[in-house]
Design a binder for this molecule. Structure first.
Ligand code: N2P
Length: 361
């Protein structure tokens, strides 16, 4: 509602020309994914007001983008979704001359991104990360003793998962992540699009569901931090945000995050400008601001996600830059894989199977 009002008043004002200086940029980004003080600073410096809305799945963003007229100037899809959306023609190519700070983007990351966006024409990376296991160290120790938590066994061996299910298990509501990880666990190609492989993955995921309290992609942060749950399949930065929230609360909850030894999915979230963005100049100003080393560093220090501005490392919290679960070392890097988008038929199969996993039907 607030967004509509701002949009409406911005439209009226610019139509009348009376307050042409009242500039606004509308951002649609993942939840818990920014240092919100950065937004105020952007407004203070540029005079551009920020309307900031959040989502917690690529599916939510994609539904809006494909319907068109989102009213947003900047969105942040992950690689595979970005690729499909580029093909669907929903973005405008980025004019690099309007993003001077893009020169600081990490070549390795942009090369990975180029497999989704050939030539890096439409997107600039914001953050990149892994999907892994976040857990309450005390509660898991009580239930599993000294058994190290270093394998996907803990979620895919039903007898193990059952031992921790009483203290609460959440799983990302993100089929792309879960199918890739299940395929890898089964020693199949994590990027397989073969219906048979995907059905095997689905059967494995299905066996989890009796022990899963909720499939959700953001509530696990607070749930872990409060001690309401003890295990989540989640994203690295979110897990460390949970750890930090528990520390700030001083509630004695200790959260860890592990990239299981079998390996996991690495994903990239990226800035893009919808073709029908109402305020393109403001979109560029916003993205360029976010690509400033000091600003990127603050966003990573708060969110615990790795950004792709190399020079940001000198400004970043040591606890973030030295954390190999956030900035993986070479050994860890070798255990990470990426995936390519589903074609339409595969997407249908995955969506159907994922619904079955979640509902048990
Ligand atoms: C931030 C989650 C972003 C990672 N809370 C998933 N794209």
């Amino acid at each position: 509602m607030r967004r509509m009002l701002v949009a409406l008043s911005a439209a009226l004002l610019s139509a009348s020309g009376a307050f042409a200086q009242d500039r606004v940029v509308r951002i649609y980004n993942w939840s818990d994914y920014i240092d919100t003080k950065v937004l105020d600073e952007f407004t203070r410096e540029t005079g551009i007001k920020v309307v900031y809305d959040t989502y917690e799945s690529n599916e939510m963003l994609e539904t809006k983008l494909l319907a068109g007229n989102t009213g947003y100037d900047v969105v942040v899809p992950s690689g595979t979704f970005l690729q499909r959306q580029i093909q669907a023609g929903v973005f405008q190519p980025l004019d690099r001359s309007r993003l001077p700070n893009a020169k600081g983007l990490w070549p390795d990351v942009m090369k990975r991104l180029a497999s989704y966006d050939p030539g890096n024409r439409y997107a600039a990376n914001y953050m990149w990360f892994t999907t892994g296991i976040a857990y309450n160290t005390g509660k898991l120790k009580q239930r599993l003793g000294d058994k190290p938590i270093d394998s996907w066994d803990i979620v895919f061996k039903p007898e193990l998962l059952k031992r921790v299910s009483d203290c609460g298990v959440y799983v990302l509501d993100s089929p792309e992540d879960l199918f890739a990880i299940a395929l890898r666990y089964l020693n199949l190609n994590p990027d397989s699009k073969k219906p048979d492989d995907l059905r095997k993955a689905s059967a494995l995921l299905m066996r989890m569901r009796g022990s899963v309290k909720k499939f959700h992609s953001s509530e696990y942060i607070n749930a872990l931090a409060n001690g309401d749950i003890c295990l989540a399949i989640g994203w690295a930065g979110d897990a460390f945000q949970a750890r930090n929230r528990a520390r700030d609360a001083g509630n004695g909850v200790d959260i860890s995050y592990v990239i299981p030894k079998e390996g996991t999915l690495m994903s990239l979230d990226n800035f893009a400008i919808p073709k029908d963005a109402p305020d393109v100049a403001e979109a560029y100003a916003f993205i360029d601001f976010m690509l400033r080393p000091e600003i990127a560093a603050r966003n990573s220090s708060v969110t615990n996600f790795a950004n792709s501005i190399l020079a940001s490392k000198t400004f970043m919290d040591k606890s973030v830059i030295d954390n190999t679960a956030i900035y993986p070392d070479d050994v860890t890097m070798n255990r990470l894989f990426t995936v390519t988008p589903y074609d339409l038929a595969t997407q249908r199969l995955v969506t159907r199977e994922w619904t079955r996993v979640k509902t048990g039907r």
